[in-house]
Design a protein around this ligand. Structure first.
Ligand code: TRP
Length: 451
């Protein structure tokens, strides 16, 4: 049952701040700045924003706290945490589903992260190649994808994470400030008002089962939930840390950045009369250059923005690879080096069809038969929404019904002196509200799909 590694050997976060930075680094990434705007654009703007915020508060936050507690309890990885609590049962398959999901998300995420890297240079030198031409060129997108996978491997393998954490502490506030500046430009463009209306004035009649599933999936994706990521990160926490405040911090900053991304994109999008593109995965890369072209020093500002975004994406891919690595190292006793490189090779092969699916590079991959989605879109929908929702559903059931409540409550109260009054609320959410809501949404979606 034991992995043979003591807590000391596995390592702990150097400080509470170190953990919050790492977890926020995992959460904040392309999910907030690339995925959130075009998903909101596809699903009705303000109505989606409204649902998304509800999902964060009532589903995301409790499940975040549950994952952190599961990981910290016996300091185990995504699979081992389930095994430590219910040895020999099928529950470890939940962790296993997370490991598979991690690889699949990492694959398509690296394609977009690669675009971000490409756009650093492109913006800096003022290259006018359109996004369409950029994304449809295999000599651009495939090497960039490989490069980003390689970058993640180097960081996770070398454990340069301390360095990364320190950099993130300085760079993420700069990203935040840069976003504020760009938002001011975006909302002051002529015709920006229509974008604000789209983003802030909900038309609740537009909500369908698919909208709800997309909002729920976006909440989990953005908070890095439903695949054992926060279990793995929680496993490096000490019993002195306050899981509840940490979880709230991470959720707050992550949500703030996503909401800001909407204020960045929609006003400029409508001001440019490009609103037909609002559900395009290329949305970010089409709109931002328009903003950069309207501010002094736009090239430099734009290149800095893409650089910071690439770093934000890197702190997210690190966490995806870390879930897989921690599992292979702890449970399968692989050497860290081997685990990291083999996972990367598999991920690169899996990323190829995604990299070739955008903007007409390989038309058959850009428009898969029957489902009317690109290969990247399919990966994003399946692993970014469905399996995360299933993972989160099973995690909440495990936490609420399988884990002995006296033990789970004891775990949560360690490091949290004011846990008692909120215990019943958290219990209710994790036992009843989360599992039921996610289940209903999934069933409703399934029913609508096969009907
Ligand atoms: N949350 C990250 C983002 O918003 C992506 C990510 C990292 C993720 N780890 C994850 C998504 C685990 C789901 C599960 O960019």
């Amino acid at each position: 049952m034991t992995t043979g590694k003591s807590v000391q050997e596995r390592g702990e976060w150097s400080s509470k701040v170190g953990f919050i930075l790492a977890a926020a680094g995992s959460a904040i990434g392309l999910g907030n700045i690339w995925r959130f705007p075009y998903t909101a654009g596809e699903h009705g703007g303000a109505a989606f924003l409204f649902l998304y915020l509800i999902c964060i508060a009532l589903l995301g936050l409790p499940i975040m706290i549950a994952e952190l507690a599961l990981g910290r309890y016996r300091h185990r990885n995504a699979v081992g945490a389930f095994e430590a609590i219910k040895p020999g049962s099928a529950w470890k398959l939940v962790g296993f589903l997370g490991v598979i999901t991690g690889i699949c998300i990492w694959s398509f995420y690296s394609v977009i992260a690669g675009y971000t890297v490409g756009f650093i240079g492109k913006t800096l030198i003022g290259n006018t190649l359109s996004y369409e031409a950029f994304a449809s060129n295999p000599w651009i997108s495939i090497p960039l994808t490989a490069f980003f996978i390689f970058l993640t491997v180097i960081v996770v393998q070398g454990g340069v994470r301390n360095g990364i954490e320190r950099w993130a502490k300085i760079l993420m506030p700069i990203l935040f400030l840069l976003m504020v500046v760009l938002i001011i430009r975006s909302v002051t463009m002529k015709g920006a008002g229509a974008g604000l209306v789209f983003y802030l004035k909900p038309d609740l009649t537009k909500i369908t089962g698919k909208t709800v599933l997309a909002a729920l999936g976006q909440a989990f994706f953005s908070l890095s939930l439903g695949m054992g990521c926060m279990i793995t990160y929680g496993s490096y926490l000490s019993k002195k840390d306050n899981l509840i405040t940490s979880g709230c911090f991470v959720a707050f900053f992550d949500t703030l950045i996503a909401v800001m991304a909407g204020f960045l994109i929609f006003p400029a999008l409508f001001a440019q009369g490009m609103e037909a593109q609002r559900h395009d995965p290329g949305l970010l890369f089409k709109v931002l250059p328009q903003i950069f072209s309207q501010i002094p020093g736009g090239n430099l500002v734009g290149a800095s923005f893409f650089l910071l975004l690439a770093i934000a994406a890197l702190t997210s891919t690190i966490s995806l690879l870390e879930v897989v690595t921690a599992y292979l190292v702890d449970e399968k006793h692989w050497l860290r080096r081997r685990a990291v490189w083999i996972t990367a090779a598999v991920t690169f092969l899996l990323a190829l069809p995604s990299a070739m699916s955008q903007e007409g590079m390989v038309p058959a991959l850009g428009q898969l038969p029957l489902i009317n989605m690109s290969f990247l879109g399919l990966m994003n929908w399946t692993f970014g929404n469905i399996t995360l929702a299933i993972g989160a559903l099973l995690t909440s059931i495990f936490f609420g019904w399988i884990w002995k409540s006296s033990i789970s409550h004891a775990e949560l109260s360690e490091g949290c002196p004011w846990y008692r009054p909120i215990a019943p609320v958290l219990s209710f959410l994790l036992k009843f509200f989360c599992p039921l809501t996610i289940l209903v949404v999934l069933i409703f979606f399934l029913y609508n799909t096969i009907k």
